[in-house]
Design a protein around this ligand. Structure first.
Ligand SMILES: C[S@@+](CC[C@H](N)C(=O)[O-])C[C@H]1O[C@@H](n2cnc3c(N)ncnc32)[C@H](O)[C@@H]1O
Length: 233
C-alpha cells in the first residue's frame, strides 16, 4: 500500500543537522518528550499533544495517506506539512474536528488512509464546549466509553487493509474514582483489528502538576498510552 512513498528519513539527521523530522533511533515502547516541539500545533490548546510520537509512527509505518479526525489545534497537520516541506515526502493528510464541523461519532474520516491518529478527550477532564456531540460533554464514564468505541470504529473503517490506527489516551483520576481509559481502549481490540503496539508515554507539564500530591493517598498518573491497532481484514 506504500508504493507511492518517497524517501523516508531513517536516521535522526538530515544533512549534518539533527532534524525534528527525522526518525529517532531506538524508538521503543516507552517514550518521553519533556520539551514540547513548538513547530507543531498550539501549546495553548487544552489537551494538545506534542507531535513527536505521531511523527515517529508515520515514519515507522511509511504512511502516505494520513487522517486525524480529532485534530484540535492541528499538531498532526503541522507535522505532515513540515515533513513534506523539509524531507520532500508527498504525504496526503486529512484533518477534522468537531470544532470544524466534523463529528467522528456520526461520520467516517473522508477518504481511505493507511494511518489514522486519534487523540480523543480524556473523558471529561477538559471540556471542549462542543455541546452534546462533544465526547468531553459525556458525564458518565461507561457511556463515554461506548461513544468513544463508535468514534474509533468510524476511524478504523476509513483504514485500508493493513493500515494502522493509533489512539493516544490516559487514565483519569477524578473525585476519588479511577477511570482506566487505557485498559478500555485496549479492550476494543476485536472491533478495531489487532493490537500491534502499546507505547507508554510520560506525561509532562500537566495542568494538575501544581497540585499537592503529597496529600494524595494514591500515586499521581504520569503516563499516557498510545495503542496501535492494525486493520487485519
Ligand atoms: C485532546 S483534543 C486533541 C488535541 C490535538 N491532538 C492537539 O494536539 O491539538 C480532543 C479533540 O477532540 C475533539 N472532539 C470532541 N468530540 C468530537 C467528536 N464527536 N468528533 C470530532 N472531534 C471531537 C475536541 O474538539 C478536541 O479538539
Amino acid at each position: 500500500m506504500n508504493e507511492n512513498a518517497t524517501s523516508t528519513p531513517t536516521t535522526n539527521t538530515i544533512g549534518d543537522e539533527v532534524s525534528p523530522y527525522a526518525a529517532t533511533p531506538g524508538l521503543s515502547s516507552v517514550v518521553s518528550y519533556p520539551k514540547r516541539c513548538n513547530l507543531w500545533g498550539d501549546a495553548r490548546y487544552r489537551g494538545n499533544c506534542d507531535g513527536t510520537l505521531f511523527k515517529e509512527l508515520v515514519l515507522r509505518y511509511r504512511a502516505t495517506r494520513i487522517a486525524d479526525p480529532m485534530m484540535g489545534s492541528g499538531t498532526t497537520r503541522d507535522v505532515i506539512a513540515g515533513l513534506n516541506e523539509v524531507t520532500g515526502t508527498r504525504i496526503r493528510y486529512w484533518g477534522g474536528d468537531l470544532k470544524k464541523g466534523f463529528d467522528l461519532y456520526r461520520e467516517q474520516p473522508r477518504g481511505e488512509f493507511d494511518f489514522v491518529w486519534v487523540h480523543p478527550p480524556y473523558f471529561n477532564i477538559v471540556s471542549y464546549g462542543g455541546g452534546e456531540q462533544d465526547l468531553s460533554s459525556e458525564p458518565h464514564y461507561r457511556r463515554f466509553v461506548t461513544k468513544l468505541t463508535v468514534c474509533l470504529r468510524n476511524a478504523y473503517e476509513s483504514l485500508a487493509s493493513g493500515g494502522h490506527l493509533a489512539v493516544l489516551v490516559a487514565d483519569v483520576r477524578r473525585a476519588g474514582g479511577y477511570y482506566p481509559l487505557g485498559r478500555d481502549v485496549m479492550n476494543m481490540e476485536p472491533c478495531l483489528g489487532a493490537i500491534r503496539s502499546v507505547i507508554i508515554k510520560s506525561q509532562h507539564n500537566c495542568k494538575s502538576d501544581g497540585r499537592a500530591y503529597a496529600r494524595m493517598k494514591h500515586v499521581p498518573i504520569k503516563h499516557e498510552y498510545c495503542v496501535v491497532f492494525e486493520k487485519t481484514s
